[in-house]
Design a protein around this ligand. Structure first.
Ligand code: TYC
Length: 138
């Protein structure tokens, strides 16, 4: 499958998007459904689906959870390194989590949010801290 970056057009079936039929709803055979390619040989019968309507990517909120053992300095470092927060913001968010039990680190598309959660959980585990990081769909 290939995805056009600017129009969210999804091609299925492994066909070259340049040669695929565009501007139609639903699936069609590339050869027009006759089961033959231009050279007259039987084709593979692969379907191509084209979506023309733009779709915004779903966003996810990444949250840090409080615990009694992770050092405050470690959480501040995570907020700076993984979530690109400056020192003041990092301290503010860390204290918010410390006082309220949970706090938002940022909002990202799915893959970015997932990567950040993994980075936090891996760093916490490597340093033997119980820090937890989760994501939720907006
Ligand atoms: N409560 C921790 C402490 O007193 C600090 C802490 C803040 C831990 C935020 C986790 O997500 C967290 N050392």
């Amino acid at each position: 499958m290939t995805t056009c970056p600017n129009r969210n057009i999804i091609h299925t079936g492994g066909l070259d998007p340049k040669t695929a039929l565009a501007g139609h709803k639903g699936a069609r055979l590339q050869s027009g459904g006759k089961g033959r390619s231009d050279d007259g040989a039987p084709d593979a019968g692969l379907a191509t689906k084209t979506r023309t309507k733009a779709k915004r990517p779903s966003l996810y909120r990444v949250l840090l959870l409080n615990d009694d053992y992770t050092p405050m300095e470690f959480v501040v470092a995570i907020l700076r390194d993984v979530f690109n927060r400056n020192q003041d913001d990092a301290i503010r968010i860390m204290m918010l989590v410390h006082n309220h039990g949970v706090g938002e680190c940022g909002v990202y598309p799915y893959e970015v949010a997932e990567t950040k959660v993994t980075l936090v959980m891996d760093a916490a585990r490597r340093n033997q801290h119980p820090l937890q990081c989760v994501m939720e769909k907006l």
